[in-house]
Design a protein around this ligand. Sequence first.
Ligand code: AMP
Ligand code: ZN
Ligand code: FE
Ligand code: FE
Length: 288
Amino acid sequence: MWVDLHVHTSFSDGTLTPREVVREARAKGLSALAITDHDTLDGLEEAKRAGELFGIMVIPGVEISVDLGEGRSSHLLGYGLDGKWSSFGDFLGKMRLSRVERNRAILEKLRSLGLALDPKEITDEADEARIGRPHIAQAMVRKGYVRSVDEAFARYLTRGAKAYIPRRRPSCTEAMEAIREAGGVPVLAHPHTVGIEGLAELEMCIGKLVREGLMGVEVLYPDAPFAIRRFLSDLCERWGLLKTGGSDFHGGLKPEVHLGFGRGDLRVPLEWARLLKEAMEKAKEFKS
Ligand code: AMP
Ligand code: ZN
Ligand code: FE
Ligand code: FE
């Protein structure tokens, strides 16, 4: 029995609603699913209800862009959070505000490059905070400014490109504290994207985060090289960290990545979801 612990919905830059994602999980024969939208917990309620309806274990989660220092950035997953902790709500509110400001700055920059986009051409979604660079990239394709989403990123939106605007990010330390303070479990997402060359350096980087409260590592991820998957799995066993894994499903935005199975070779065991749930329950007890 397989699970998927990294999934986006239309509450951020995924194209399926939480209910549709849960239904897809059921169709794929998955037994558990964690919803990890960027900067928001708003899709969780609908996902939970759909989970009950379709008989799928739904784990609440969130994904946050963080600063690792030394010019490095990464994504942090937080599991087991609910809307109950207003301090965490405030923390996410700041994240969404910085996203809205960044989106506006990108549109301004594109306009100055002769690539004007009306906000209404990007989405009919009222909530600007749901918009990410993928939405802007798709709108650029529709306008005929570029041929593909990849081209939009490569020429304009990726870090260092012509219309790239950095976003204010919390430090990873700060984000881990906010998650733990709210009774959640912080996990480092897709560590191979941190921008580290050697495994020894990656181990040092993760070691520092563990001393600051990191509880797990995303070991399985569609694009992670196999040597890294093996290395991370060993590291988790040596250090007693939680292992997680997921497809980073975005629906039609990344059509080649399938829910649960990624590019076809992803298999995340149900046991990992069970252990994660156990850790979530302990983290919650500890706070209450
Ligand atoms: P944002 O949340 O606005 O920073 O956008 C991040 C999203 O953009 C992530 O979900 C990535 O999947 C997507 N993304 C980042 N870089 C690229 C790229 N080079 N090509 C396609 N999608 C990308
Ligand atoms: Zn995303
Ligand atoms: Fe990510
Ligand atoms: Fe993601």
